[in-house]
Ligand binder design. Structure first.
Ligand code: FAD
Length: 405
């Protein structure tokens, strides 16, 4: 059996960053079941890698449900420290809307290559699927490797073709929360294939008390786009299921979309009253071009039950109210998740049993967790890689310090 000071399981952003944080005089092995590192990292941000989010740290933390757990890791490994790792090797960054930070080359491969560059002192075993971890003083992995400390960074249970297959959840006795989809496109009750491809720009998506603004993309099976992905996490949080047990998740939820955020209901009603008099001969299908994307109008009018050929002067009070209501609260019934496209996993190793100051398990000494395998999840916009890098760094640093004591 080969012996190491620290074994890291999983060569995604969290595992790689853990390896980078470990003191270089320690004997470290990184075990990756794929034939290469960072498969999921490569597809982030559409191949451009939205590496982190540049909001000031307090605001950044406020974007997470589990900010108290994440706080120490975010302060230990800040955005500046992360970006400097790359700048020191010649890769700079650009910031786009909503503080999203990307490499200036807009290539996730450049990010991955620099990370790999930092791993020159580390043993990497590819095609190594960890299926068993025992502890007998030291850890014994697959009856093959002995390690004093183990860091589990095997990712979540979504986008499984990248290697994120949920293996890590069952490798230890650390308790799990329900495992759910997050940042996942939604399946609608109504068939939207006829209007697939349309984008509803700068609308507000409403679900229970949540209101998220952004673009909504209509797909063949339902809805997607950043705003929808973010609200999907709240729908998922609210639903009672567990990926590990339930093959299919049926939903009975409703979203309302404010298609016209620049006017409130009263302003719209007032405007309609005036315009319907002034422009009485205009057809409603043409008038709505002021408010809606052209190719969405027929669908909108069908849902509102109003004939597009109706002249404005002929629209009665009931129809006017219906138009206002539909523009401000256009309803979509949601019946499921398009689970194969779920970006990340909500839930995982319960944070109640992980020390936020070190990422060490409070149940088993010398065992650490990092990245998506942990319970927290963030919105779109660089927040999930931020979790992976910061918790990965903290886990590596803590394991390393403990050995050196
Ligand atoms: C399409 C898409 C786009 C995304 N875009 C962004 C973005 O732009 N910005 C952002 O912040 N986040 C983005 N994310 C989320 C981001 O990819 C994840 O948050 C991040 O990859 C999690 O890192 P991780 O290291 O914890 O897990 P992973 O990246 O999943 O890495 C886990 C690794 O562990 C390995 N592994 C698993 N089981 C075993 C085992 N038993 N033995 C050995 N190895 C094992 C896997 O093969 C894998 O390499 C995106 C996700 C998707 C799917």
């Amino acid at each position: 059996m080969e012996e190491f000071d620290i074994a890291i399981i999983g060569g995604g952003p969290a595992g790689i960053m853990a390896a980078i944080a470990i003191s270089s005089d320690l004997n470290v092995v990184l075990l990756e079941k794929n034939s290469s590192l960072g498969k999921k990292l490569l597809i982030t941000g559409g191949g451009r890698c939205n590496i982190t989010n540049g909001k000031p740290i307090k605001k950044l933390l406020n974007s997470f449900h589990d900010k108290n757990f994440l706080k120490h890791s975010f302060y230990t490994f800040t955005n500046e420290m992360l970006l400097d790792l790359f700048r020191n090797k010649g890769l700079d960054f650009i910031t786009e809307d909503n503080n999203r930070i990307f490499p200036e080359t807009e290539k996730s491969l450049d990010v991955l290559n620099i990370l790999k560059d930092y791993l020159s002192d580390i043993t990497i075993k590819y095609n190594y699927n960890v299926s068993d971890i025992k502890k007998d003083g030291n850890f014994i992995i697959n009856n093959d490797i002995i390690a004093k400390k183990v860091i589990i960074a095997t990712g979540g249970a979504t986008f499984s073709k990248t290697g994120s297959t949920g293996d890590g959840y069952l490798l230890t006795d650390n308790p799990l929360t329900n495992i759910k989809y997050a940042l996942v496109p939604l399946v609608t009750k109504k068939d939207l294939s006829d209007i697939a491809g349309i984008t509803l720009y700068e609308v507000i998506i409403k679900y229970k008390h949540f209101k998220i603004s952004g673009d909504v993309l209509i797909s063949h099976v339902g809805l997607t786009g950043p705003g929808i992905l973010n609200i999907s996490t709240e729908i998922s949080r609210n639903a009672d299921y567990n990926i590990l047990k339930d093959a299919d998740v049926k939903l009975n939820e409703s979203l309302a979309i404010d298609l016209c955020p620049n006017f409130n209901q009263d302003e719209l009603r007032f405007k309609f009253t005036n315009d319907f008099q002034d422009k009485g001969k205009t057809y409603i299908k043409n008038y709505l071009k002021y408010f809606l994307t052209n190719n969405f109008i027929p669908f909108f009018l069908e849902e509102a039950g109003i004939d597009g050929e109706t002249q404005l002067s002929r629209i009665n009070k009931k129809q006017k109210n219906k138009l206002v209501e539909s523009l401000k609260n256009f309803k979509f019934e949601i019946i499921g998740f398009n689970k194969d496209l779920s970006h990340v996993t909500l839930g995982g190793i319960a944070i109640d049993n992980v020390n936020p100051k070190t990422m060490e398990s409070t149940i088993m000494e010398d065992l650490y967790f990092a990245g998506e395998i942990l319970e927290p999840v963030g919105p779109t916009g660089g927040y999930n890689l931020k979790i992976a890098f910061s918790t990965g760094y903290l886990a590596g640093l803590s394991a390393s310090k403990k050995i050196k004591k």
